[in-house]
Design a protein around this ligand. Structure first.
Ligand SMILES: [Zn+2]
Length: 433
């Protein structure tokens, strides 16, 4: 994923402290170096997931057959108010563990289940409790009056928990503007004044459209540190203005295709030159790995291109979007979206050692002559041998190390038991029907 280095066969990576010191053949290593034998394996930078509502992990799979309307009704309107701080903690902890397990070394938590300051503290505690890299996206879901802008609680969190920019967990603002009010302007000003990146769901059919892009532009937050999630169902004029501003996209193809926010706009983004990253959205439908996200993205883009060609009476001879492009979206593209591409996203000397090593001796990975194609269409999380975050080994020979998956399971099971006790049985049956 380093454009200058490209794909290198039979190559060593030397890591010193937390940083990649050198990439090359037969590198001399200090006598006391720990050597990880990666012969025959594929080494890639850790995946970056640029949008996940981590607090929803206890409801994993419950919405497999839902559309976005059903998700809004059950999760956001009916069940979100039931969450206690410990439910947020359990889900965030489990989501961090799942991320590390699936080679997602950096994940952005769009945390819109925060009802009180204690909920926010619990969310952050969980992100810090697992040694992966994360971005906490503070959201205003339960403060429609935006009191958080004025009451100092977010500033307090910034100084107490996020004083250093050189830590595994960093913070940004993440919220949705479904109504353009003066208060929303104050919230955007809050992010700008503190130089915090900003993420928002954009281009969602029936919720946010071109007006929203205009609103963001007029209020000075359409910029390279803005992430627009989904960004489907927008006019060419909006895409043109997004491209001119340097704002970037977080596309969740599985989400857009199943829930119905709009068609994944990969073709439009390429047409207008808008940078793309990939995201998973929520485990209420899909698992938290980026292999599925990469496949869904490629399938959606190519499927539409073929359909359009067939409707026009011809067949495509070349697929425009390549496996390597999608692998870039899932790694360096995500690092750019989070403003972390100077430290992660590629195996480049000087960057932090966030690395994923894939086995090539499993049945699906045997004869891996096309590395990018293999990673996108053949690989799955069971093929991950080793995961490093900031040089620390969190998974090796397929087993998690120093990451407590048993605790994650116990916490989520207890949380689900509590949440289920508060949900009327007929609601639960109807939601799962
Ligand atoms: Zn989302």
């Amino acid at each position: 994923m380093d454009a200058r280095l490209g794909v290198l066969p039979e190559t060593d990576v030397l890591v010193r402290d937390t940083t990649i010191a050198a990439v090359g053949k037969r590198l001399p290593a200090p006598a006391d170096a720990i050597v990880v034998d990666a012969a025959g394996a594929l080494l890639l930078p850790g995946f970056v997931n640029t949008h996940q509502h981590m607090w929803q992990a206890a409801f994993r799979g419950v919405g497999a057959d839902w559309t976005i309307g059903e998700y809004l009704e059950w999760i956001l309107m009916k069940w979100r108010p039931l969450f206690r701080p410990e439910d947020i903690y359990a889900a965030n902890y489990a989501s961090m563990v799942e991320s590390v397990d699936s080679g997602v070394t950096t994940v952005m938590d769009f945390s819109h289940g925060l009802r009180t300051p204690e909920h926010a503290d619990a969310a952050v505690d969980a992100l810090f409790a697992v040694p992966g890299r994360a971005r906490f996206g503070y959201s205003n879901a339960f403060s429609p009056d935006l009191s958080w802008v004025y009451d100092g609680r977010v500033d307090q969190m910034l100084t107490s928990r996020f004083a250093s920019s050189d830590q595994l967990v960093t913070m940004q603002i993440a919220f949705d503007i479904f109504v353009n009010t003066g208060d929303a302007r104050q919230a955007l000003r809050f992010a700008i004044d503190r130089n915090l990146p900003f993420s928002t769901h954009a281009g969602v059919l029936g919720f946010v459209g071109d007006d929203n892009i205009t609103f963001l532009e007029e209020n000075g937050v359409l910029s390279p540190s803005t992430t627009l999630i989904h960004a489907a169902t927008l006019s060419d004029d909006s895409y043109r203005r997004i491209a001119a501003s340097g704002a970037q996209l977080s596309l969740s193809a599985e989400s857009e295709l199943n829930a119905g926010q709009g068609y994944p706009p990969t073709a439009k983004a390429r047409q207008f030159g808008i940078p793309i990253s990939l995201s998973q959205d929520t485990v209420v439908w899909w698992s938290g790995d980026m292999f599925s996200a990469m496949r869904a993205t490629l399938n959606a883009d190519r499927g539409l291109a073929h359909l359009r060609a067939h409707e026009a009476g011809h067949a495509l001879s070349t697929n425009e979007l390549r496996a390597k492009d999608v692998l870039e979206y899932a790694t360096i593209g995500g690092a750019r979206v989070l403003g972390l591409d100077n430290i992660i996203g590629s195996i480049t000397p000087g960057k932090r050692a966030d690395l994923v090593m894939m086995r090539t001796d499993t049945p699906a990975m045997t004869a891996a002559s096309n590395p990018a194609g293999h990673l996108v269409f053949q690989a799955q999380r069971g093929d991950i041998d080793t995961v490093l975050v900031n040089v620390r080994v969190l998974k090796h020979r397929g087993a998690l190390i120093g990451v407590d998956a048993r605790r994650a399971r116990r916490l989520v099971e207890q949380s689900l038991e509590y949440l289920r006790s508060r949900i009327p049985n007929e609601d639960w049956q109807r939601a799962l029907a």
